[in-house]
Design a binder for this molecule. Structure first.
Ligand code: HGY
Ligand code: MN
Ligand code: MN
Ligand code: MN
Length: 425
C-alpha cells in the first residue's frame, strides 16, 4: 500500500483485528465448530453489542454511546457546533448479526470503518460541521426470526409489531427474546429518527460478489440496490408406502418441488440481473420409506427493478399452480419479506465518487445484488453505498468471506474523503 499510496494500513489493521475479535462470539452449536453465527438477541449477539459499545466509548472517543430498545448499538461523535443536539447528522453503519455459518465482514465492515474514522478524528481532536452517528444494526439477515431489517426499520419508524409474535425454532417468541434481553417494547417507537435532522445515510459493505476482483479494483460506488421479495412455501400431496405405491399413483410433494426448482432456475436465467434462489428445502418428518406427503421451501427473488422482480414471482406462482393441478397437490405460499429496489441518491453518490477519485482510484459504478440496511433508510432519507472488494472471488455468506487490511484501509480513507465531500456541500 505504501509504494502505491504512500501510507500504511494502520487503520485497516485496526478494523481487521476488531473483525477477528467480533468473530470470536458465535451461537451455541456453531461456536464449537468454529463457525460464525450470530442471530438476534442470543448471548453471542448481546456480547457483540456490548463489545462494540465499549470500543465506541473507550477506543474511538464517541461522545454518546447506547444500546437501544431493539439492540442497535448507537454511537454519536458530536459536531463542532456549540449545541450538538441541533447540529445536522450524517447517519452511517451496517448490521452485526450474521447468516448461519457466515463471514466476518458482511455488515461488520460497515460498522468498523466509520468507527475507525471517528477514532482518527478523535485522535486528531478534529470536529466536523455535522455529527456522525454510527449505528450497528441488530438484525438485518432475518435468520432467527423472519424480521429482516428489524434494526434499521426501528430507526425509520417501521418496526412491525406483528414480528413480536413470531417464534424461533425453539418456540421462543421475539417478544420473549426481547424481554429476556432487557429490551422494552414500549421504547421502540421513540427510536424513529426525524429525517430532516439527517444529511443522509451512507453504508460501506463488502461487495459479496466477483465484479471488483475481475476489474482488479478495491472499491466500487453503488448505483442502486436490487429489490427483493421472499416467500415461504409448502406443497401438500399424500404420504404413502414407498414400496407399494406404483409410480403413476403417487402425490409426491418433493418431486413436485423439484420440478418447480428447475422452472425457477430457467425463468430467472432468462433475464440479465434477475436472480431467484431456493435456499431452504425440507420434507418435514420425512422417512426413507415414505413417499413425501409434504415439502417446504423458501424463495428469494431479486432484480434491479421491482417490475422484473414481480413478473418473475408471478410466473413462478403460475407454474406452481400448473404443477399442483397436474399432480393433484395443494400448496401454500406466504410472502415473508418485500424490499423495493433502492436507487442511491445522486448527490450522496457523487460524494463517494469524489472520495474514490481523491484516492486516485478508477471509478466503477455498480448495482448491489445483495440487500442492505440502506434499503430501509432509503425510504426516509438519501442513501449511498461504497463496496469493498472481497477475497476468494468475493464469496460471501460463507466462512471464506474475507478482505485485505489494505482494502480496509482504502475504504477508511475513502470514508474520510466522503466526510470532507459532505462537509463541503
Ligand atoms: O440477503 C441479503 O441480501 C443480505 O445479506 N441480507
Ligand atoms: Mn448478508
Ligand atoms: Mn450485509
Ligand atoms: Mn445485507
Amino acid at each position: 500500500l505504501n509504494d502505491k499510496f504512500g501510507f500504511d494500513p494502520v487503520l485497516g489493521h485496526w478494523v481487521w483485528d476488531r473483525a477477528e475479535e467480533l468473530a470470536a462470539y458465535s451461537d451455541p452449536g456453531f461456536a464449537e465448530r468454529g463457525e460464525l453465527t450470530v442471530t438476534y438477541l442470543t448471548p453471542a449477539h448481546q456480547a457483540c453489542a456490548q463489545t462494540l459499545a465499549v470500543w465506541m466509548r473507550v477506543d474511538c472517543g464517541f461522545d454518546h454511546v447506547e444500546i437501544d430498545a431493539v439492540g442497535n448499538v448507537v454511537g454519536r461523535y458530536h459536531a463542532a457546533a456549540s449545541a450538538p443536539e441541533v447540529a445536522p447528522r450524517l447517519l452511517t453503519g451496517s448490521h452485526y448479526d450474521t447468516v448461519r455459518n457466515g463471514g466476518k465482514y458482511d455488515g461488520r465492515l460497515g460498522i468498523l470503518v466509520p468507527m475507525a474514522c471517528v477514532r482518527e478524528l478523535h485522535r486528531q481532536g478534529r470536529r466536523l460541521p455535522f455529527s456522525i452517528e454510527v449505528v450497528a444494526f441488530s438484525e438485518e439477515e432475518g435468520q432467527r426470526y423472519k424480521a429482516t431489517f428489524l434494526g434499521s426499520s426501528a430507526l425509520t419508524g417501521q418496526f412491525d409489531t406483528a414480528w413480536l409474535d413470531q417464534q424461533d425454532a425453539q418456540g421462543i417468541s421475539l417478544r420473549q427474546a426481547m424481554k429476556s434481553a432487557g429490551l422494552r417494547e414500549e421504547d421502540i417507537p421513540a427510536l424513529r429518527r426525524e429525517p430532516s435532522r439527517y444529511l443522509g445515510f451512507v453504508e460501506v459493505h463488502i461487495e459479496q460478489g466477483p465484479v471488483l476482483n475481475a476489474l482488479d479494483l478495491p472499491l466500487g460506488v453503488v448505483t442502486s440496490i436490487n429489490g427483493s421479495v421472499r416467500f415461504m412455501g409448502e406443497l401438500i400431496g399424500m404420504a404413502s408406502h414407498a414400496g407399494t405405491t406404483p409410480m403413476g399413483h403417487r402425490r409426491d410433494a418433493a418431486v413436485a418441488v423439484a420440478e418447480l426448482l428447475l422452472f425457477v432456475e430457467q425463468r430467472a436465467s432468462a433475464v440479465p440481473g434477475l436472480v431467484a434462489t431456493v435456499g431452504m428445502l425440507q420434507v418435514p418428518e420425512g422417512s426413507i420409506n415414505v413417499v413425501p406427503g409434504r415439502c417446504q421451501f423458501s424463495l428469494d427473488i431479486r432484480a434491479t427493478t421491482d417490475a422484473v422482480r414481480d413478473a418473475c414471482a408471478y410466473d413462478i406462482q403460475q407454474e406452481l399452480r400448473r404443477i399442483c393441478e397436474r399432480r393433484d397437490l395443494r400448496f401454500s405460499l406466504e410472502e415473508a419479506m418485500r424490499a423495493a429496489a433502492a436507487p442511491c441518491a445522486p448527490a450522496l453518490q457523487a460524494c463517494w465518487d469524489q472520495a474514490v477519485a481523491a484516492l486516485g482510484l478508477p471509478l466503477h459504478h455498480m448495482p448491489s445484488g445483495a440487500g442492505h440496511d440502506a434499503m430501509k433508510l432509503h425510504e426516509v432519507m438519501p442513501q449511498a453505498m461504497l463496496f469493498v472488494r472481497g477475497l476468494n472471488a468475493g464469496i460471501s455468506h460463507n466462512p471464506l468471506e474475507s478482505i485485505t487490511s489494505d482494502d480496509a484501509e482504502l475504504s477508511i480513507r475513502a470514508f474520510q474523503h466522503l466526510i470532507d465531500a459532505v462537509g463541503s456541500k
